[in-house]
Design a binder for this molecule. Sequence first.
Ligand code: MLT
Length: 252
Amino acid sequence: MTLAYEERGSGPALLMIHGFPFDRRQWFPQVAGLADIRTCVAVDLRGHGLSLDEEPRDYSMDQFADDVAATLQDMGVDQADVAGLSMGGYVAFALWRRHRARVRSLILSDTKAEADSDEARAGRDAAAKAILDEGMAKFHTGLGPKLLGDEPPPEAVERIEQMFVDTEPAVAAAVAIAMRDRPDATADLGTIDVPTLWLHGEQDKIMPIDAARTSAEAIAGARFVAIPKAGHVPTLENADAVNAAMREFLTA
Ligand code: MLT
């Protein structure tokens, strides 16, 4: 499937993949802020945003990565700088495994390489059930605040809530199961031989920064940048710091 996307700017492509349960809007400050150095492309993964899917089921990170590769091909883009936040990072790892010739460089944000533990897998089942039974607004009430840092800007709070409630429950439930079943990417870290930047919110409660630092160290030459005043979604919580780090990396 080819994906809907937001595009702005000119020059080499910078392809941005959102987390869960978000859509392309999670990257809007970067689309706006980096358009002078890149053709910024923020995709909506299958079922999200404008990439409508009538029958959401049996998703996988591999399938999402194949959709991203098909979209690049459709755009006539051979290679892109690829950025992925959280679940977008899982998709970026899958893209690396399956379509690495398309990846010029990697920008990972608030993600992790490890597969889910048994406890986390059980949590995914419970989340999928709760989403289907109670809807996205209720799901947001529980998870939304945990995603944010200590003093999130109001526009970040608002956009995150909007993306939650705009996601179809059937899609979110299928994606929770797809994340449950994603493969461990730890062994992939050592195979990454393109320039890599790892950004991480200093106040990320979902994926603590120390573990992320250790994963980044397993990627040869990776640059690690801690983003202050941000939790799990630094692209919205501290867009200026994210844009500055990405700009420095992309122009280096
Ligand atoms: C995300 O932001 O994409 C999720 O926190 C990822 C996850 O639940 O593993």
